[in-house]
Structures are given as C-alpha cells and as structure tokens.
Design a protein around this ligand. Structure first.
Ligand code: ATP
Length: 427
C-alpha cells in the first residue's frame, strides 16, 4: 500500500457540506501502442494514441461520518476513483471536493523506502501523511505493536515479506487522526487473523465518526461495515444505495459473467493468492493448489443461502507418489473459531496420488450457517499407519457471507416456535 500525503484537500465549506462531493467525474488514459508512438505524437503534433475512458459521468456524495464501500469487477475504475478522491491523480472532467483531513492507503507495494528500516519508514511515512515528527514518535510503539513487527522493526524494509510490509503501512496510515479515510483493498491483505484485526480497527474508526471510503471485493465487509455502497462498472456508476441492494446488483453482474463461461468456475490457485510460494510448494510431497466453494451448478459461490447445497472443492498437487493420503476442510469465523469441518478420514476413505498428478476432491453439505462471515480452509495429509503427517494446510482468507434469518450463535438448526398453552394461576 502506498501512503499518500495526508492533506487538507479543499477547506470545509458551509456546514452540512459533503465529506466527498463528486459530480460528473471523467478520467481517460492515453494508450500508446508502443513508446515511439508518444514521440511521434510530440514531433508531428498528430494524435497517435487511443483513449480509454476509465471513468465517465460519475456523481455521488459521501456525507460526514458515512462509511461507503465501492464495489465493481476488475478494471471497473475503483482504484482510479480512489486515487482521484485522495488527490494523487488528476481528473479530466467534472468536479470533486473533499472536505476534511484525508489519510489514504492506496496501491500495494510502494510508498515506503526499501533501504530504510521499518522504524524510519514509519517516521517518514507518518510525516508524509501529515503528522508532526513528535506525533509519529509518540505513536511509534503502538504502531509497531499493531503491526506485530517488534522483532524486525530495525531491519531494512526490503527484507520484509509483502505481508509484513502491508502490516506496517496499514498500521502507520490508521494511526493518523484523519477525518476521511480512503482505503483500496487494504482489508484483504495479510493473513486471515491480521485482516480481521485491520477490519476491527476500521470498524472502531468508523464508530468514532470518521468518514470511510473504501474498495473491497468482500460483500461480507460491505454488509458489516457500510452505511451505503456504490457499484462501478466499466467506469460508470451502476448503482448507489443500501449495501444489501448494491451487493445484490454486484452478485448479479458476477453471475452474468459466470454464465458466459458456463461450467467453468473462477477458481484462484493458492499460489496466485500468495498463500504459498512456488519454491515452498515444490518442496512439499503434496500441497493444496486450489480451495473453493461452488454451488450446485458448479459456479463459485461467495454468498451462501440458507438450506442450499454447496461443495468445498479441493485440488491437491502431488509432487511425490503417496499411496495413502487424506484431505480435509474447515469453516471458521474470521476470528478463528471453527464452526465445522470434515475429513476423508471421517468417511473412512484413503486417497492416493502419483508424482505430477492433481487430485480433485469435493465435500458437499447443506448450508445451515447463521448469517455472517466465514472463512474456508483445507489441508492435505499423508497417512502413516494409524497416524497422519500434515503436509500442507491453507487457512481460509476469503470471506464468505451466509444469508438467512437472524439467530443466536453460528448455526441455524431450523428451530420453530409455538405458543403451547396460556395458563392462569388457578389453572
Ligand atoms: N495509468 C494508466 N494508464 C492506462 N490505463 C490505466 C491506467 N490506470 C488504470 N488504467 C485502466 O483503467 C481501467 C480501470 O482501472 P482501475 O485500476 O481503476 O480498476 P479497478 O476497478 O480498481 O480494478 P481492480 O479490481 O482490478 O483493481 C482499467 O482498464 C485499467 O487498465
């Protein structure tokens, strides 16, 4: 995440002015076939580029203290919009006014200097965000504690893993007493536990009355955190309203995409999600390549409807011949509590795989989860006599949202209510 300058973007105007006011916003990018086309354009003065409209006619307002989530498919224009709102990218058309002190967490991977230590990066990053040196120094211990990086804070930043870098930039940015917090997908960074911790912190910031404008692909986060959501598609504002309504429209868009690729699911590999590195994976006898959840038609599901059947799909890559192996999965709450799980061993089934083979397995179940957010993970084990050796475990980092009627606890066992009898004292 890059830290972008905390700034008093436009002075707050009349009382009641929006925290963020966007009217007919437009942004185009010039696309050149090759670098020489730009040179030719400069020399000849003739146009040698195509225009790409990343945002067209986008209008909305975010009130002070409102928490608004931005949804949209890849390439919809979400990051472009956030950069313009944060004041780090110019727009071509329309008006934008931001009233209040802004802290922005934008693109991944840049912002801090690789040569400086983590501590110095917190200091300079914090100052770039508009804090005074003394203020950052006073907050230093709590930033390091939040990032859980006390052991390595005086090591150069370039030696940190990407998750560690994200933790430190996140911890620094949220330490700013900003009136408006702009976050681009920061909540999906790091492992599940840290993501949950960030989410809780953002919730506290929201409850303290700050305005939050953030991008996420997690409907669970939108439903739990937001007062409102907006949906962008191909640079246009498709809808703006209550989170459940906008979430439904977003899912309809995704479902339409899926029906175009009938039969195929949008599975991501564990490798591409950064949960394991190729070098590590190659050293294991077998590893979980893909873990996903699909509905009865085989489409990837992120929302679980009560009473419907789903399958947890696990793909295992075998690097070595394993004559006796097993797979398992686990559904957890974001805070790490196991709700349920299953394993081939409980079905008295043994699997096997040859080096180079990929095994595809499915556990199916009927969803009785209480409404809320859950994570799915899974693992592969090698069976040795009566014991097993865990080869690879993936803790879920994708939030699933279960929908249904409200109940107490984590499952809805289909409880029914009746008034049995009415009695007076004398019978
Ligand atoms: N600097 C740039 N030059 C050219 N095109 C760009 C530039 N930045 C963004 N775009 C294009 O604008 C479109 C919107 O990009 P943007 O990053 O805002 O999408 P997004 O909704 O954030 O996507 P994602 O969910 O994948 O992060 C994309 O087609 C992208 O290729």
């Amino acid at each position: 995440m890059a830290l972008d300058q905390g700034k008093d973007v436009a002075q707050a105007t009349a009382t009641g002015a929006s925290a963020i006011h966007v009217k007919n916003l437009g942004k185009s990018f010039k696309l050149y076939d090759r670098p020489s086309a730009l040179l030719r354009e400069l020399i000849t003065g003739r146009k040698h580029h195509a225009e790409y409209h990343a945002l067209t006619g986008v209008s909305f307002d975010v009130g002070h203290g409102e928490v608004v989530g931005v949804l949209g498919r890849n390439g919809a224009g979400k990051s472009t919009l956030l950069k313009i709102v944060a004041g780090v990218l110019d727009h071509d058309e329309g008006d934008i006014k931001v009233n209040g002190r802004v802290a922005a967490l934008l693109e991944l991977g840049s912002g801090f200097s690789p040569e400086y230590t983590g501590r110095n990066n917190v200091l300079f990053g914090g100052m770039c965000l508009g804090m005074k040196k003394e203020e950052v120094l006073a907050k230093m211990d709590s930033i390091i504690e939040f990032a859980e990086l006390g052991d390595v804070i005086d090591q150069p930043f370039k030696t940190y893993s990407s998750g560690m870098k994200a933790r430190l930039t996140f911890a620094t940015a949220i330490s700013v007493d900003a009136e408006i917090l702009i976050i681009d997908e920061a909540l999906s960074v790091g492992d599940a536990l840290f993501a949950e911790k960030c989410f809780k912190r953002i919730k506290e910031i929201a409850e303290s009355g700050a305005t939050i404008f953030f991008v996420t692909h997690s409907l669970g986060q939108i439903y739990e955190l937001c007062d409102r959501a907006i949906l962008l598609d191909r640079g246009k504002l498709l809808c703006d309203g209550l989170p459940r309504y906008v979430g439904h429209e977003y899912e309809t868009l995704l479902a339409r995409d899926r029906s175009k690729t009938a039969g195929k699911t949008l599975q991501e590999t564990v490798l591409s999600r950064g949960l394991i590195k190729q070098e590590q994976a190659d050293k294991l006898d077998a590893y979980v390549r893909v873990i996903s959840l699909v509905d009865e038609d085989g489409f990837e599901a992120t929302t679980l409807h009560y009473g419907e059947r789903y399958k947890v799909m696990i793909q295992v890559q075998f690097n070595k011949h394993l004559p006796r192996a097993g797979v398992s999965f686990r559904v957890e709450t974001p805070s790490g509590m196991t709700v349920f799980g299953d394993a081939t061993a409980f079905h008295e089934v043994e699997l096997s795989g040859a080096a180079g083979q990929t095994g595809h397995y499915a556990f199916s179940f009927r969803n009785v989860l209480a409404p809320g957010n859950y994570l799915v993970g899974g693992g592969v084990v090698e069976l040795i006599e009566d014991a097993f050796n865990v080869l690879h475990v993936v803790r879920g980092n994708t939030l699933l949202t279960a929908t249904g009627r409200p109940v107490t606890g984590m499952v809805d066992l289909g409880c029914e209510f009746e008034e049995v009898k009415k009695q007076t004292d004398n019978g």
